[in-house]
Ligand binder design. Structure first.
Ligand SMILES: [Zn+2]
Length: 78
């Protein structure tokens, strides 16, 4: 019997190099860039990620927006 499954993960890629005004909580902060996705697992060993999405989020209230992977370098400070 083959045991497979999937597991969600969240990875902090970095923060924006400039402050962004949050229209939700009205704070001005460097926002966090997150990679959110799932990992395919076989016998409970994570093998490869799929369904990856990228989000720019406010560190104060957690609201944010989805960004394209190709735009990530525009947001990252390093
Ligand atoms: Zn906010």
């Amino acid at each position: 019997m083959i045991i497979w499954g999937h597991k969600g993960y969240k990875k902090l890629l970095g923060t924006s190099g400039y402050p962004i005004d949050c229209s939700h909580c009205n704070n001005q902060q460097a926002w966090q860039l997150l990679e959110v996705g799932k990992k395919f697992t076989l016998y409970f060993i994570p093998l490869f990620p799929y369904g990856r999405k990228y989000y720019l989020t406010c560190p104060v209230c957690g609201s944010g927006m989805e960004v394209d992977k190709k735009d990530l370098p525009n947001y990252l400070s390093n």
